[in-house]
Each structure stands twice: as structure tokens, then as C-alpha cells.
Design a binder for this molecule. Structure first.
Ligand code: PLP
Length: 413
């Protein structure tokens, strides 16, 4: 974005803030993203911006991988530029081949089916349940053929998916490889074990809207040595991110702190948008929205990002605890408004990245009511079945309903 455009937007925003102040509408509603960033993360990003010669050092990356694996209770963790690249590494390491099929929830992020398609693997979309928004184990059988080689088990919004044990048994019966999508649920537990340790491999995201935030980043984990070898082989075969990308990522972290977290974000967000407007990172490229592989894809994580990841990891348990405690506000809201609370699977501990509920289609279409009456930004994950691209999977009826009605409350404010 040009400086002129950023300035124009900033001025318009401040004028609209004045209008809101007059009407008594909050000018800085609790946002949905970047809430785990603190000033120490900003200082760290600034230190790395001054230390370009160390950007490709290996040791911070190895340290982050070891620390994450230990925290997660996993044997191996390998860090990548984003979660989708970690998924691509899992696909390669599990030897999924062109023409193979994988069962995927028809309610996900476009980068997930993209990762399969880039490897020639065909996603077969299956419907979800409306309690935790995970795959509904009920109708799975008819999607399985001799080509089905894997299942992607997704734990959404920070909750362990409702049919988890049935899905694990189903996969074992049909000899399917299991990949867990833990992008929303880093730290959630089932029977005292963190999710991501129940299948063959799993991936996590450290993108700015997730619980562990480095603006962009991801990890793949496994408890199998042969899969870890495959993950490393994939990682080592990839090019590195450009210095321009790293520079943008570090500046975006600084910007996000002032735009989303700082108490005076209603003002400082605009100041930093003008200052750093031209230096921000695009996390999902136009090519990916069209289903094409971008030029920069599948790369290893670099040192500054790993070092920020380590700093975030130290704070993660405390922030996840806070998310769980804050969810009580929405439990009470649900009870008062006769809305069903999200289901917490028996023997599980969620981390409540967001608090998902089903409201009316009207309340989802225009979320300004939440800003005005609750002082929060209301999340709309997801707005389409393969978010955010236009997609229509008629067989996934409950996913369609969730697209119309599922909204998500922030859990850090
Ligand atoms: C964010 C997300 C991903 C991908 O993570 P990136 O780090 O952005 O590549 C995968 N699955 C789900 C459900 C997500 O929300």
C-alpha cells in the first residue's frame, strides 16, 4: 500500500472514530488477532531487524523445534515458514502420491486442500458436526474407496473434535494415515495428551490469528522416526525465504502489536500503518486464492521467526489459561440468550482460541451489533466452506449451515 493511501485511510478512520465517540460506540473493540503479542516481542523483532547477518543461522530454529517438541510431548518437531508448508511436508513424508485420496472436512481454510492438490492428492470433502465443528464420523464410510489413503482430523477453534476417538478407530480399520490439523488448537489436550500426538503426523500454525503468533510460521510434529526423516528431507529440499519477506514479517509484527494489542491502538494503529504500510507481509497470496502454488512455498522457518516463536512459547500456557477463564463470559452470555455453548469433549481440555456459537444468519451477515453492544470484534470463521474462496459443496449440509450461522467470540480482551 502506498503512503498516500495509508494516510488517506488513517484520516478516514480517525474521522469515523470521532463519530463513534459521539454515539458512545467503542473505538477499540477487542480484536481477534495478535492478542498474545507484548512489547517484549516488539523489542525482539526490532533487534532482529538490526541483525540481518544472523537471519539464516540454524541454532535458533533447532532450539525452537526442540522446545516445541518438548512442550507438546512429541518426539520430533520441524519448523516451516507456515502451517500449510508443514502440511505439505507431512504429505510428502507420509508418501501420499498423485491420485491418492484424502478425507477432509468440507469446512476448512483454502490452504489445506491446496496443500493436497499441490501434491496431486485429491481431497474428498466430508461433512462436519455442529457441536465442535469437527468431522462427523457418522457418514464417513461411503467416502472411502481403494484410493483413500489418509484422513485429516481438524480440531477447530481450540476444541478437540467431538468424534475424535471414533475417527481414530475408523482410520485404523481402513488403514488410513492420520494427519491432525492443530492450527487452531495448539495445546488442547485429550486424556492428558496434547492433540497432534494421536495420529502419524500433525501440523500447527503460528500465523497471526492463532494462539502462538510469529505473524507467519508453522510446525510439523511426529512421534515416528521414519516420518521425521521424511519431514527433514522435505525441509532440506526447499529454498529459503527472501530477505525482503523476512523484513516484511518483522515489520508486520511491530505493526500488529500497535494495531491490535496496544491500549491506544485506535490511534497508534494508524500511525504505524502509515509508517510501515509499504512493508507488510501478505500471508495468503492471490495465487493461493486461485489454487496455485506461490513462488515462495514450503520453506524452512528462519532464525528471527524461530526466536519470536520461542518467546511466544514461554507465554503460551498463561495465555491459553486466560482464554479458558475468559470463556466464562461467553458461557454466561449463551445461557442468558438461550444459545448452545460449544461442546467440550469428555476427557478433553480446550484452549479456546475462539468461542464458536451458532446464531442467526442475520447476526452473522452484519457483525456491527457485537462491536456496538459487546465492545468486541465478532469472528466469522468461516464465511465459505473452503474459506475464503467461493465454494459450494452441497453434500456437506451441516458445513453449509455453519457457514451461514457460526460466529466466534474473542477470548482475549
Ligand atoms: C490457519 C490455518 C491453517 C494454515 O496455517 P498457516 O500457518 O496459515 O499456513 C490450516 N488449517 C486451519 C484450520 C487454519 O485455520
Amino acid at each position: 500500500m502506498s503512503v498516500a493511501t495509508s494516510m488517506y485511510k488513517a484520516v478516514r478512520h480517525q474521522v469515523s472514530n470521532l463519530g463513534k465517540l459521539k454515539k458512545g460506540i467503542p473505538v477499540a473493540p477487542s480484536p481477534l488477532t495478535s492478542m498474545t503479542l507484548d512489547y517484549d516481542d516488539v523489542e525482539l523483532a526490532r533487534t532482529w531487524l538490526q541483525d540481518r547477518q544472523s537471519w539464516f543461522d540454524e541454532s535458533p530454529v533447532a532450539e525452537f523445534e526442540t522446545s516445541f517438541a518438548e512442550w507438546n510431548g512429541s518426539r520430533h518437531a520441524i519448523a516451516f515458514m507456515n502451517g500449510r508448508s508443514a502440511l505439505s511436508a507431512c504429505i510428502a513424508a507420509l508418501n501420499l502420491r498423485p491420485g491418492d485420496e484424502v478425507l477432509v472436512a468440507g469446512y476448512t481454510c483454502v490452504v489445506v486442500p491446496n496443500a493436497f492438490k499441490f501434491a496431486g492428492v485429491v481431497p474428498r470433502y466430508v461433512d462436519i458436526e455442529l457441536d465442535t465443528f469437527g468431522i462427523d464420523a457418522g457418514g464417513l464410510e461411503r467416502h472411502v474407496s481403494s484410493k483413500t489413503k489418509a484422513i485429516l482430523i481438524q480440531h477447530l477453534y481450540g476444541y478437540v473434535c467431538r468424534d475424535f476417538e471414533t475417527l481414530l478407530r475408523f482410520a485404523a480399520t481402513h488403514d488410513l494415515k492420520i494427519i491432525e490439523d492443530c492450527a487452531h488448537s495448539t495445546g488442547a489436550e485429550f486424556r492428558g495428551v496434547k492433540v497432534g500426538n494421536f495420529g502419524h503426523a500433525a501440523f500447527y500454525s503460528t500465523e497471526q490469528s492463532k494462539v502462538l503468533n510469529t505473524v507467519q510460521g508453522g510446525l510439523a510434529v511426529t512421534n515416528h522416526d521414519w516420518i521425521a526423516d521424511g519431514l527433514r528431507k522435505y525441509a532440506n529440499s526447499r529454498a529459503r525465504q527472501s530477505e525482503d519477506q523476512i523484513d516484511r514479517q518483522l515489520n508486520t509484527l511491530v505493526f500488529n502489536y500497535y494495531r491490535f494489542k496496544h491500549p491506544k491502538r485506535w490511534l497508534l494503529g494508524d500511525y504505524y500503518a502509515v509508517k510501515l504500510g509499504g512493508k507488510r507481509l501478505v500471508t495468503t497470496t492471490p495465487a493461493e486464492l486461485e489454487g496455485r502454488k506461490p513462488d515462495c512455498y514450503g520453506c524452512r522457518m528462519v532464525a528471527p521467526v524461530a526466536s519470536l516463536g520461542l518467546n511466544q512459547l514461554r507465554k503460551l500456557d498463561a495465555y491459553n489459561d486466560q482464554r479458558r477463564r475468559n470463556s466464562v463470559r461467553w458461557d454466561e452470555w449463551c445461557d442468558k440468550h438461550n444459545v448452545s455453548r460449544p461442546v467440550v469433549l469428555k476427557h478433553s481440555t480446550p484452549i479456546c482460541l475462539r468461542y464458536p456459537v451458532l446464531l442467526s444468519a442475520r447476526e452473522k451477515a452484519d457483525t456491527s451489533w457485537a462491536r456496538e453492544t459487546l465492545g468486541i470484534e465478532l469472528g466469522v470463521w468461516f464465511r465459505t466452506q473452503i474459506h475464503p474462496i467461493e465454494s459450494d459443496i452441497p453434500a456437506c449440509k451441516r458445513a453449509k449451515e455453519a457457514v451461514l450461522r457460526c460466529v466466534n467470540f474473542p477470548t482475549l480482551f
